[in-house]
Design a protein. Structure first.
Length: 286
């Protein structure tokens, strides 16, 4: 996957106590899942299932169940978003699932942690976060959403348990998300944050909404009806959110006075979502 993943396990007084060896075992299980995902889905490893599929050496039916599952999910997301999430990597329509496999791997790592007896944890996949259980006794997790125009500032703080938070934006890698309908970089929105039950779909939906640009409201309204929450920042700094957005939201972002994203601003598909404990702070680029 070519990205950084961090794991934060909380040991709560009222939970079953995990000793050092049990914690090591839980983390090792999660790390093994992440390494397996990289080996199976990396486009940089010539022996991965994805690389072999791209070279035409094998077909999808030759792949193991979990690889077929990811490809089916990618295709379903394309259908679900009306093509705004487009995992096709070449003109023949062959799918490349790397647009959502980071979230899928984080979901799988989280299940491994829970199965190993560590239900209170956060998996941070390059700024896209999956939080389970609680961050402390009686305390929900808090996830800060960075301002796409001023990364030292937050535009929102999501609070809750058992949540996936994914943000797609332009603060680190510029206009790298392309509107598949026009073939041009998406520029109407500066960032989109999706909050839901799992990171696989949250990751894909955030990218889809950013790509949809001015057409995003219809997609986001449909997602909200399915239980997903969302927050957008447009190119002028105006914020919009779903009625059920779980957290505090600023009045506006720190947009440039002319409403244009500076061309030299470091661009980003995965705008940093930062795990916070007491005082929210922004993490590194996601």
């Amino acid at each position: 996957m070519g990205t950084v993943v961090s794991i934060d396990i909380r040991r709560l007084p009222d939970a079953a106590e995990l000793g050092p060896s049990e914690l090591d075992t839980a983390i090792a299980a999660a790390v093994a899942v992440l390494h397996r995902a990289d080996e199976d889905f990396s486009t940089f490893l010539p022996g991965s299932w994805v690389s072999r599929l791209r070279r035409g050496e094998i077909g999808l039916d030759d792949c193991p169940d979990h690889v077929r599952e990811v490809y089916r999910t990618a295709d379903a997301c394309r259908e679900r978003t009306g093509g705004s999430f487009d995992p096709a990597w070449r003109v023949d329509g062959t799918l490349d699932p790397t647009g959502l496999v980071k979230g899928w791997a984080a979901d799988a790592a989280s299940r491994a942690l829970t199965d190993a007896g560590a239900p209170d944890h956060c998996v941070n996949a390059a700024g896209d976060l999956l939080v389970r259980g609680a961050s402390g006794t009686g305390r929900p997790w808090r996830v800060g959403i960075a301002d796409p125009f001023e990364r030292a500032r937050l535009v929102a703080v999501v609070e809750g348990t058992d949540l996936a938070v994914a943000t797609s934006g332009v603060s680190e890698r510029g206009g790298h998300v392309v509107d598949p309908r026009t073939g041009t970089p998406a520029s109407a929105l500066a960032s989109v944050t999706i909050v839901g039950a799992d990171l696989t779909l949250a990751d894909a939906y955030a990218t889809a909404a950013l790509a949809a640009g001015h057409a995003a409201p219809a997609l986001l309204a449909d997602l909200a009806r399915q239980g997903w929450a969302w927050l957008t920042v447009d190119a002028t700094g105006r914020l919009a959110r779903s009625a059920g957005f779980p957290g505090q939201v600023a009045a506006t972002a720190s947009a440039p006075s002319n409403g244009i994203i500076p061309p030299d601003m470091h661009p980003s598909e995965r705008l940093s979502s930062a795990l916070t404990r007491s005082t929210p702070t922004a993490a590194g680029p996601g």
